[in-house]
Design a binder for this molecule. Structure first.
Ligand SMILES: Nc1ncnc2c1ncn2[C@@H]1O[C@H](COP(=O)(O)OP(=O)(O)O)[C@@H](O)[C@H]1O
Ligand SMILES: [Mg+2]
Length: 274
């Protein structure tokens, strides 16, 4: 899952990683868990197609079928709290370029705890069950933090990419999220310093980490500020074919894929570079 302060580049990087892992031969599911729902456009799905997408949290029939209650019927209704969501991608995902499938969550409000309405019970179950998907990479773009999903996240995801810019405020938000992810039991937490404009930027970000009490990240990746991103937005378009950002992201895509050898099962001609 990809976390960090608003505006640091989470959606851009989620979309680029999703499509680049798909190009490396992985079956990729991208999840948009940000209520602003711009991962689809960033992946390159056109506006008209995105307008027709029904987010999981608004799929009343699916929610009722799985939990036993329709949205709005929460209080007093009997809910199945651990519904079988293994078909959620086949039923609700839409196609994005390079064979990526996109699942839009919608309306995420503390899905892991507190409110026991049917839509939140289903969101939490869908997140928690993602780890069970065989031979697939599931990459999730989030709002800012991970608090909405609570413990469901740790059961569903084994890795958090904490994205920051070389600024104190974004590092502060990133660190809070990193600590929460660790507390929830996420095994591997990586730091991505995005939008670096000069040689000192990563060092500056790391010194902010130290000033804020430090954190043991599993890896640190530096990504450049890249004018091509602004020219191409809202979609990442052809950035993967030729851009400084894509080049810098290559090794991270390979590291992410290496984590799960099952992912390679279907890819015969894999080139992995470090
Ligand atoms: N490495 C980069 N170089 C230049 N612009 C970037 C880079 N990464 C992201 N951006 C731009 O920064 C803005 C915020 O990125 P976005 O991915 O929407 O952030 P988030 O999802 O974290 O809110 C967008 O306009 C995007 O095009
Ligand atoms: Mg975003």
């Amino acid at each position: 899952m990809v976390v960090g302060k608003g505006g640091v580049g989470k959606s851009t990087l989620t979309a680029m990683l999703a499509r680049s892992m798909a190009r490396l031969g992985a079956q990729v599911i991208a999840i948009d868990a940000d209520e602003q729902r711009n991962l689809g456009a960033t992946l390159g799905i056109d506006v008209a197609s995105m307008a027709r997408v029904v987010p999981l949290a608004s799929s009343a029939d699916y929610i009722e079928e799985k939990t036993g209650a329709r949205p709005g019927e929460g209080s007093g209704a009997m809910l199945r709290l651990n519904p079988d969501t293994s078909d959620v991608v086949d039923r609700l995902a839409v196609s994005a370029p390079d064979g990526v499938r996109l699942l839009v969550m919608g309306g995420v409000q503390r899905a892991g705890g507190g409110c026991l309405c049917p839509e939140n019970a289903l969101l939490a179950a869908a997140i928690a069950n993602m780890r069970l998907r065989q031979g697939e990479v599931v990459i999730m773009d989030t709002h800012a933090g991970v608090e909405h999903f609570g413990r469901a996240l740790a059961r569903g995801f084994d890795r958090a990419l904490v994205v920051v810019e070389p600024t104190f405020n974004s590092v502060q938000v990133g660190l809070e999220t990193a600590r929460l992810a660790k507390e929830l039991g996420i095994e591997t937490i990586d730091l991505v310093v995005n939008q670096c404009r000069n040689d000192g930027d990563v060092a500056r970000a790391l010194s902010c980490v130290e000033r804020l009490g430090g954190f043991e990240f599993s890896s640190i990746t530096e990504l450049p500020f890249d004018e091509c991103v602004l020219v191409s937005e809202p979609s990442i378009g052809n950035l993967l074919d030729d851009s400084p950002l894509a080049t810098a992201l290559q090794s991270l895509s390979s590291v992410l894929l290496n984590k799960d050898p099952n992912v390679f099962a279907s890819a015969e001609h894999m080139v992995v570079s470090h």
